[in-house]
Write a protein that binds this ligand. Structure first.
Ligand code: ZN
Length: 337
């Protein structure tokens, strides 16, 4: 049984992140979390308060054989299950897109061996508990609301700026899906008309401008070596995209994770916030805040667990209620007034 949607506190990875639990009733069981990426496969047990245990990761096989990739997934899952306490309640999987609704057939752009691979049903048959599969950026959005920088928020955007740029939207307490489950693809908002060619075929998409490979192509240096001007420029473009989303969807918090954004740090976030302030001028969008993600390297696994926890409805899994004290989002909440 998937656990209750509301009311748990959260501990992620270490006791320093502890918050008191306001869980009422029976303690939900642990969750199995799986993160499937183009370069790495990871699995772990995630506790009812978001703590990550028994983790295992391997490189994604470079192969054209779909069964070889699935075998690698099953290998790390079995390793984790062997160490896990009995009674896992559900399994959540964050996976690169595109995919059909519910993750029934996944075709991750960066895993060429999988085209319309029946991931959800195959994994469910193996692990024997309900399996929920969704886009990894949407999973992260649920994770940030459960244990990260959006705790207590019912309307927010969470996004990743890394090798690609993706996002997930929680509106009125629910993760938005869209007709085919692809809502939240903020990487393809146009931020520079006539700008760089995007792999989607358009020009000037956010992903074509600020993803790690795009920055390398534009500057000749990897993002880790980007100078201050590049960090600020990337922040400004992300702020521009977020402003459009905030105005469109009446939300006032954006949580930004991913190696490029978090690596660029304060100059990036200051520039993004300044652009947001400049462009969010409607009564309801003025004062919108953009903050770093609160889950660090655990984000993908905590997000996958949040998917399992939310179940098929994708209800945002945390709304701690009055008196809760979000760990990372205090500044954002203050900014929201
Ligand atoms: Zn694009």
């Amino acid at each position: 049984m998937v656990s209750a949607s509301h009311g748990t506190g959260c501990v992620v990875a270490s006791t320093t992140r502890s918050r008191s639990s306001n869980l009422i009733g029976e303690q939900p069981a642990d969750l199995l979390a799986v993160d499937i990426g183009g370069s790495k496969l990871a699995a772990a047990v995630v506790g009812a308060r978001g703590e990550v245990r028994c983790r295992r990761a391997v490189a994604t096989p470079l192969t054209s054989d779909p069964e070889e990739v699935f075998g690698a997934v099953v290998g790390i899952v079995d390793h984790v299950l062997a160490e896990a306490p009995p009674g896992l309640s559900a399994c959540g999987v964050g996976c690169g897109g595109p995919m059909t609704a519910g993750g029934e057939a996944v075709s991750p752009l960066n895993i060429p061996a999988w085209r319309r691979f029946p991931l959800r049903s195959r994994l469910a048959a193996h692990v024997g508990v309900p399996v929920v599969v969704d886009n990894d950026a949407k999973a992260l959005a649920l994770g940030e609301g459960w244990c990260g920088a959006a705790v207590g928020q019912e309307n927010y955007l969470a996004m990743v700026v890394s090798t690609g740029v993706g996002g997930g939207l929680v509106v009125d307490g629910r993760l938005l899906g869209g007709a085919a489950g692809n809502a939240g693809h903020i990487g393809h908002l146009i931020v520079e008309p006539g700008g760089r060619k995007c792999r989607c075929g358009a020009r000037g998409c956010l992903e074509a401008e600020v993803s790690g490979p795009s920055i390398l192509a534009a500057t000749g240096r990897p993002p880790a070596d980007a100078d201050l001007a590049v960090r600020r420029w990337a922040g400004r473009l992300v702020g521009r995209a977020v402003a459009s989303v905030a105005n469109l969807l009446d939300l006032r918090l954006a949580v930004v994770a991913g190696s490029v954004a978090l690596g660029f740090g304060e100059p990036f976030f200051a520039a993004a916030q300044a652009e947001l302030d400049r462009l969010c001028r409607l009564d309801f969008s003025r004062g919108s805040a953009i903050v770093p993600g609160g889950l660090g390297g655990d984000g993908p696994l905590v997000g996958a667990a949040a998917l399992a926890r939310s179940g098929p409805t994708r209800e945002a899994p945390s709304y701690p209620g009055p008196g809760a004290s979000p760990r990372q989002s205090a500044g954002a909440v203050d900014a929201l007034g």
